[in-house]
Structure formats: C-alpha cells, structure tokens
Design a protein around this ligand. Sequence first.
Ligand code: EPU
Length: 441
Amino acid sequence: MEDAFIITGGKKLIGEVLLSGAKNVSLKVIIASLLYNTEVMLKNVPKITDVVELLDLIKELGGRAEFIEKNTVVIDGKNLKKNRVDLLHASKIRVSFMLFAPLLYKFMSCYVPNPGGCRIGARPIDRIVEGMKKLGVKIDYDSETGYYDARMSQKPTGSYRFQKPSHTGTELLILLSVFGRDRITLENCAREPEIDELIRFLNAGGARIKRDGSRITIDSVTHLRSVSPFAITSDRNEAVTFATLAILTKGDVTIGAADTSHLESFIKEMKGVGAGVEKINDKTLRFYYSGPLRSSQIETSPHPGFMTDWQPNWAVLMTQAAGESVIHERVFENRFSYVEELRKLGAEIDYVKVPVRDPTEYFFFNFDSGKKYNQAIRIKGPQTLHGGVLNVSDLRAGATLVLAALIAQDESVVNGASIIERGYENIVNKIKELGGEIEKM
Ligand code: EPU
C-alpha cells in the first residue's frame, strides 16, 4: 500500500486554519481518565493515529475507549480487567508507559513494556522509574521480555526531585500521586503547558494539585468525580507548523483556536527574523510574509524556551533566510534526521560543533562523554529548493519535509505519510484549503 504525499511546491498559502486539539494533551488526559470511577467525555480530541492506538490499547485492557462523534471520545476504566499492557500496541506510542498509574491503582501490580514512540534519541525512562521508586513503587525490568513489572503495596508517598526535567515523567508522577497517602512533592519538574492542561483536567475532577514554577505539590484525594465533558486545548505544534508554512510560502495565514500564551518564544523568534505576526485576539494569530528573512541562532530547551519540536520546521525556514543560521539542539540527541532529506532538495546544511562549557549540565538527555554527538547544524540561505523523493523518520521531521516540499520548485514525494498522520489531523485538507498542492497516495 502506498504511504506517501505527492506535493507540488510553489503556491502561496493564504487563508484561515483552525487548529485541532493537542496530541500531547489528549493522550495524557485519556490515560488520566482511567483514574475516574465513572465515564469521562472528552471534546476536541484529534482523530489521529496515536490517539486511535491508545484507545485500542485501553480497549484491549477491558476499558471503554471510543470516538462517539467526530472529535468526542468517551473513556470508562471501571471494567479494566487486565494489568498487562499489550506489547504490539504499546510499542507504537510513547505514552503507553503512563498506564502504570491507573493500572497500579486498579490492580496494585502491572506489567508495562518499555515505551515506543518516535526515534529521536535513546529516550530512556530511568528518571521516571527512579521517581516511581521514590514514591514507593517496586519496579523491575526484564530485559528478556522487555517488560517492567511494577508493584505497589501501599499508597504512594514521599517526594522526588528530577535530576533533569522530564515532560511525560512529570505527568506520570502526577498521576501516581493523585490518590497518595499524604502530600507528595515533585521538584525540578518540566513546565510544559501540556502538563498544566493535565493538572487542569485532574483538578476539575477534585484533585488537589498545585504548581509553583518547577515545584508541584499534590495533596491526596480519595476519588475523582466526573467532570465531563472536558475540552482539550489546541495543538501548539500544529500552530507552529502552519505559521512556518505561511512565512515560507510568502503567504498569509490566520490561525484560529490558538493559545497564544503557549507560543511566546516562537513568536519572539519569528518577529526577530522579520516575519509578520499579528495577534488578532487571545485565540487568533496571523502570520504573513513581510519581506526577506534574516538568519538566526536558536537553541532548544524545555518550556518556556524554544521547543525542540519546533526546530525541524525552523531549519526549513532558515533555508530561506539571508546568511548563516545555527540551530543547537539541547533536549534530544537524535533530532536532525531530516537534515539528510533536506540536502536532497538542495539545502546547504552542515553539522557544526558549538562549544559548551559543561555538556552534562547543558544537555537535557543523559550526556555520555565517551560518545560522539551531532547537536548543532548550520544552514546557509537563502536557497532555492528543488523537488525530490523524501523519507520520513519521525513525526516532527515528517511535517518539516512537507513544508520543504511545499516550497520546492517542482514535485516531491514524501514517503511515510502515516508517521505524519500520527500527530496531524487532516493535514492534507488543511493545506489544500490554504491553496497548497498536496495529495495522499
Ligand atoms: N530523559 C531521560 N530519562 C528519563 C526521561 C527523559 O534521559 O527518564 C531524556 C529524554 O531522552 C530527552 C530529555 O530527557 O532527551 C527530555 O525528555 P522528556 O521526558 O521531557 O520528553 P518526553 O516526555 O519523552 C515529550 C513529548 C515530546 C516533546 C518533549 C519535549 C509527549 C508524548 N512527548 O516527550 O513530543 O518533544 O516532551 O517537550 O508528550 C512529539 O510530539 O512528536 C514529541 C516528540
């Protein structure tokens, strides 16, 4: 079966696009819904492959998990009957390991495989496992089966300080702490807005979770009461993709349902390179081409910094900027898989070494001084890109190749459409409605 987008570049993208619900909020809120004793209804859930996979995983465990309307999902974990997470489904989605929390509360023990997801680094869960242990969970890994065996003999208690922040790690420990024995404190937590959305969902059901910067305290409650329906906020990564497309194609795109407060570091950089940005209101942003772009120096970091998920898009943008741009990736150690693909289109990008005083401190992955890393690229622009046959390796890199193909001079084939569809709802229609030429094969 074909799994490709055929794209003809060169059209200006103009018009309005309405963002879908956030993938990285939906997935966690769906899992958190299993902590309720009642049915939970979620609105504005994107119908993307990652969500569908997670729903299948929950159904396989005995729970109810289904789309009842276009973007409305119902979750009911009352009848979960298995405590062993299916290896095949779990290997496809990173967040499957967050099922530790509802399964431990339901069965006091569970078997969860090492998580899957995009290959953008080693992505170990050592900090997360350490945090679970600190809260009183006994957990062992069997390297032969690839499963974690977790047990809980009493309610979680205590505190944990992340050596370095982890986004989903923070979220899992929050879920584990909701019905703790007493107050649980988590320190040096990640501060991504998706985590705040998860907290908002749990607090709406009666949980008592407070965030103060990177410190989160969770006072225990005995149960959560149903709050349905709960509406998922919009996807900031999708917002960045369409904003970048607007500028790249010398177009003018108004983005609706955006949460502008989650995009500040991106907007600042966009303005810095000379892109037109207009905040129409709290939920609507306009991005328009307003003249030649300037080069930039970017380093990624967790929120409130410039997000790692945005840098692949930014690299394409910088192929159109005058001068030399540098992108330094601090969060993951393998997030430049798209570079080779962009070179196929004629982009001039090379790896560079940017000196860092203390790499162990500077990088957010577990830095190993004995290994060689490629953590920075230099992009020379402006470049005219031509068409080519491209291969998608991970979700965000995939969206990047679509952007590049949309400005390339002739036709391109982007192989691996299904990887992009893991995280982008109706991407083909949304691009077409703005005037882009793209077809799914
Ligand atoms: N890390 C460890 N050990 C751990 C946990 C993390 O070494 O126990 C490392 C990671 O390998 C990485 C760094 O710490 O190098 C930061 O990882 P983090 O745990 O914060 O990332 P994540 O939770 O795996 C989530 C998103 C990513 C997003 C990052 C950064 C979800 C499902 N995934 O990943 O989104 O890039 O946070 O905000 O929420 C995507 O949507 O395509 C995506 C990759």
